[in-house]
Design a protein around this ligand. Structure first.
Ligand SMILES: C[S@@+](CC[C@H](N)C(=O)[O-])C[C@H]1O[C@@H](n2cnc3c(N)ncnc32)[C@H](O)[C@@H]1O
Length: 323
């Protein structure tokens, strides 16, 4: 399993111009129970808040709005290792947000704050991407003696992570074992040969290819049917390809090869994000290790599960306090 590197994250935030990584599950920004969780955690008087691994600032914007509504002059700083620029990407004027700033190209185990200067460290699907031991020591350095840490993290038991095991397995079968992609490319080639509609050898190969593709896609369809949420990417890929080669589609096409290659790139990007999420997610022992690290520097820790509208468990929560 492989995490995305900072350059890949930079591209992700830049290209998607999305505020969160949550896709269609959120409207504009995190809402419902997630928003309620943050409203609760951020009620109080704080001078300086840090949003760890902020991405395009989903949580930083939420925190900023909560403090603005409460007429508090709390400074919110989002820090990320990628070369982020949420004001630019999301087309918001920095002048309108004087108490909000983003620090790019900075790992959260090397925070740009003086010792004991931060009141609360928050993070959503960010903290667990870092070197946890180092980040806890860095938080110990920058947080005030009475500070708190509030996290929502990917967990291996969450509904966002669990179904992806099957999705990865089926996608890998489709792409690597059955070599569906190569079958599509060859079918395109065969259909484009000048005499492909009359040459018996080519017609026989076409028939064989179509049969192999049909068997593979039915099999994949049967397996992805039960996968919640994440099935979209592989099903979309198969449907797009089925359209390209349907009875209605032109037999010869100069554009189809490009479409097939682009569809694979899209699918691979999606799978890359899933691998990234899976490698960041903490299992029970990872969560216990984190608790021990925090207790070692004087925090008392409450861990829980976050249930989100229809999805159910979407990750673990952690609230650490000291003082
Ligand atoms: C899943 S995104 C979450 C972004 C954001 N918190 C949100 O809720 O939309 C994970 C982010 O962690 C960042 N990241 C990964 N490792 C990091 C590190 N060591 N220090 C700072 N940011 C890191 C990535 O660049 C990426 O933007």
């Amino acid at each position: 399993m492989k995490k995305l590197n900072p350059q890949e994250w930079t591209r992700f935030w830049d290209e998607s111009a999305a505020i969160t990584t949550f896709g269609t599950h959120t409207h504009k920004n995190y809402e419902f129970q997630i928003l309620e969780f943050w409203q609760q955690q951020l009620s109080g008087n704080f001078e300086q808040v840090v949003d760890l691994a902020c991405g395009n600032g989903a949580l930083s914007w939420i925190a900023h709005d909560i403090f603005a509504k409460a007429k508090q002059s709390t400074r919110v700083t989002g820090v990320d290792i990628a070369d982020i620029n949420p004001f630019k990407t999301l087309r918001r004027k920095s002048k309108r947000y004087p108490l909000l700033e983003f620090v790019a190209n900075t790992s959260i185990d090397q925070l740009p704050f003086a010792d004991h200067s931060v009141d609360i460290a928050i993070s959503q699907y960010g903290f667990e991407y870092s070197d946890i031991e180092k980040t806890v020591l860095e938080l110990d350095r920058v947080l005030k003696p009475t500070a708190k840490i509030c996290l929502i993290m990917h967990s291996t038991s969450s509904k966002l992570i669990r179904p992806t095991t099957d999705l990865i397995k089926q996608s890998s079968r489709a792409l690597n074992e059955v070599r569906l992609h190569e079958l599509y490319l060859r079918l395109d080639e065969v259909c484009n040969f000048p005499d492909s509609d009359s040459d018996p050898k080519l017609l026989a190969e076409e028939k064989k290819l179509r049969a192999a593709i049909a068997a593979a896609t039915i099999d994949i369809g049967d397996h992805v049917d039960g996968i919640e949420g994440g099935a979209g990417a592989i099903t979309k890929y198969v449907f797009n390809m089925a359209n390209e080669f349907s009875a209605k589609a032109p037999r010869r096409s100069t554009n189809r090869r490009k479409v097939i290659l682009e569809a694979r790139t899209t699918l691979e990007k999606y799978l890359g994000r899933i691998e990234d999420m899976r490698s960041a997610a903490l299992d029970k022992s990872g969560e216990q290790d984190l608790r021990r690290c925090l207790e070692a520097v004087g925090f008392s820790v409450d861990q829980g599960v976050l249930n989100y509208v229809k999805l159910g468990n979407i990750g673990s929560t952690l609230i650490a306090r000291r003082g």
